[in-house]
Design a protein around this ligand. Structure first.
Ligand SMILES: Cc1cc2nc3c(=O)[nH]c(=O)nc-3n(C[C@H](O)[C@H](O)[C@H](O)COP(=O)(O)OP(=O)(O)OC[C@H]3O[C@@H](n4cnc5c(N)ncnc54)[C@H](O)[C@@H]3O)c2cc1C
Length: 304
């Protein structure tokens, strides 16, 4: 995905991993590559094989390196209508593509919002941050990482780092928006400092409204101790921060979703795996050493 969109032409859009409520030993209910394609809603304008040019409506600065970008859809009747869990692709004329997970409600009409962090010399992120309202960016998609099914899992562990929070936020909102969905959610969110936490207000408001279902913990490289908001540990995501908070490897009907920067993904899940059938399994890393297996779903650039 990192490079040419052409290499993605064969990429199935709308398939991926599926959560099936089977139960039994941990992870057995999580199956890869179910290839379930659902047609997008009729008013959803995004297509996998043709670019949709979207005009930038506004930019709101969130932190020193991250902003929220609002893009217009073709009309006030259109919505993205993304299934959970999906992302969209920003593409350019050279057919380079990058994944972004909208943070606006998928049913919002007329626009969608992306939270994008700027990486020094980042091919696409710099491009976002150079945009002015009125400029246009091309998008394709959706790319579905897994088909979320309410109550298929008893509990979900979510590990996010930096902008890796955006797919986790999509999942959290989907679960909590459904009063019939009783899935327990535990979010471990790694950031450099409290000031770098993205969507913090939104997450804390959701945790306050659903204390029986959502618990949030931060892992901060700096300033872990003290401060307002959810409990925070100092350092990086470690065995200590995972154990006792996230569902253990032996628990039935649980899954662990992981999304973060490449070094964090490698540390937790091992190096990325190429073969499609193997996605969703760990190639190494801390989680495998802790006894996790097929219940882990890494959200990475080769996902989808
Ligand atoms: C499922 C999924 C959803 C995503 N959603 C979002 C989102 O909502 N918002 C967002 O800002 N990003 C998101 N990303 C990351 C995004 O796709 C790009 O990887 C990111 O914007 C960097 O692209 P770039 O072209 O600017 O950097 P590149 O030119 O590809 O790389 C520039 C430098 O940045 C480093 N780098 C690249 N990606 C990351 C990263 N994710 N974390 C840390 N360092 C990195 C590279 O190692 C390199 O040193 C998501 C990724 C995935 C897999």
């Amino acid at each position: 995905m990192k490079d040419k969109l052409a290499t993605m032409a064969a990429r199935r859009v709308g398939g991926g991993l599926a959560l099936l409520g089977a139960g039994g030993a941990s992870g057995c209910w999580l199956y890869a590559n179910q290839h379930r394609w659902r047609p997008p809603p009729l008013d959803a304008p995004l297509r996998p094989d043709a670019s949709l040019a979207c005009r930038l409506a506004s930019v709101k600065r969130l932190t020193h390196d991250t902003s929220r970008f609002r893009f217009e859809l073709p009309s006030s009747e259109h919505s993205l209508g993304l299934p959970c869990a999906s992302h969209i692709l920003a593409v350019d004329n050279a057919m380079v593509a990058r994944a972004y997970t909208p943070v606006s409600d998928p049913h919002t009409k007329g626009h969608f919002d992306l939270v994008v962090k700027r990486y020094p010399n980042g091919y696409f992120s710099e491009r976002f941050h150079r945009m002015e309202p009125g400029d246009v960016m091309d998008f394709r998609g959706p790319v579905t990482t897994l088909q979320y099914e309410p109550n298929a899992a008893r509990s979900l562990g979510l590990i996010a780092g930096g902008t890796g929070i955006t797919p986790m936020y999509q999942i959290i909102r989907t679960v909590l928006a459904d009063p019939e969905d009783r899935t327990q959610l535990r979010l471990l969110y790694a950031s450099k400092s409290r000031g770098d936490v993205l969507l913090g207000e939104e997450l804390e408001a959701l945790a306050a409204r659903h204390p029986e279902q959502l618990q949030v913990r931060y892992v901060l490289e700096r300033d872990g101790a003290g401060g307002a908001g959810p409990p925070a540990a100092t350092g990086r995501v470690s065995e200590e921060t995972i154990r006792g908070f996230l569902p253990p490897p032996t628990a039935a009907r649980t899954a662990l979703f992981v999304c973060g920067p490449p070094p964090m993904m490698a540390a937790l899940c091992g190096p990325p795996q190429a073969p499609r059938g193997e996605r969703g399994r760990l190639s190494g890393g801390l989680l495998r050493r802790m006894g996790y297996g097929r219940q882990v779903v890494p959200f990475s650039d080769d996902t989808g």
